[in-house]
Design a protein around this ligand. Structure first.
Ligand SMILES: C[S@@+](CC[C@H](N)C(=O)[O-])C[C@H]1O[C@@H](n2cnc3c(N)ncnc32)[C@H](O)[C@@H]1O
Length: 233
């Protein structure tokens, strides 16, 4: 069973031998991979929509993993029972805002959870802010490239994280510190976006919010500085 680079990177962050829940499982590939490769004893594969769960059911049946991948219909963390003893929660492929509301709505279910693996498609800064404001800390961050896209993945666990400024919330403290192998193309992409925004400010006939201008300007300078440091190494 072959996973895409993004799903493989998610799997690589899952600690060994702990019960996991894959929330918004869709096709169920990740859940199936985790038990098939004996990384997890069992995985709760939850989704709030019946249609994707049907796909997950088919994958699990085809691989004869019933009993180890437990398919459950439900919104967010409501598919997790206390008796499941879930220690790892994976939420991937959704917007940062949705991920944060799933975590807030299911707050009670996070007691006893050791690891959160989160991969937002947009608004990663919201997810990092959620982590630090809710008594978690970022343990690891990873990038995965699939086609033209570079995806950001965060592994967090309970604990105290020192404060992060707005640029660290956007760029990822561990990604910068650990020099992820994809850091250069990742920063170049972010820089292209910054330049577009700065250009739109210049062209705009309306008054620009100085706070917004300041943020994008500082982000541009920070990325350029990080790229210079990478070149020097
Ligand atoms: C784009 S897919 C991502 C699938 C998979 N996690 C991945 O990363 O490849 C998003 C899935 O999340 C499900 N979903 C969205 N909001 C959800 C929620 N609040 N609770 C459970 N599932 C949700 C959708 O039904 C959909 O199947």
């Amino acid at each position: 069973m072959k996973l895409t680079p993004r799903l493989k990177a998610l799997a690589s962050l899952v600690p060994l031998n702990k019960a996991a829940a894959d929330i918004g499982t869709d096709h169920g590939y990740l859940a199936a991979y985790l038990v098939r490769h004996n990384l997890c004893p069992y995985v709760i594969a939850g989704d709030k929509n019946e249609k994707p769960l049907g796909k997950a059911r088919d994958s699990v049946r085809a691989l004869k993993l019933e009993g180890k991948v437990l398919i459950r219909l439900g919104d967010g963390l409501e598919v997790i029972q206390e008796s499941d003893q879930v220690k790892v929660i994976i939420i991937a492929g959704m917007g940062g805002k949705t991920i944060c509301s799933i975590l807030d709505d299911g707050w009670e279910k996070l007691k006893g959870v050791d690891i959160l693996i989160l991969q937002p498609m947009v608004d990663i800064w919201l997810v990092r802010r959620w982590i630090i404001e809710r008594g978690f800390r970022i343990k690891e961050e990873k990038l995965a490239k699939e086609g033209d896209q570079i995806y950001e993945i965060i592994k967090a666990g309970p604990g105290e994280q020192g404060p992060l400024d707005d640029l660290q919330l956007e760029l990822g403290p561990k990604l910068l510190e650990k020099r992820d192998p994809l850091i250069r193309p990742y920063l170049l992409r972010k820089l292209r976006k910054c330049k577009k925004v700065m250009e739109s400010f210049k062209k705009s006939k309306q008054e620009i919010d100085p706070k917004k201008y300041n943020y994008w300007n500082r982000l541009t300078c920070k990325i350029e500085e990080e790229l210079r440091c990478l070149q020097e190494k």
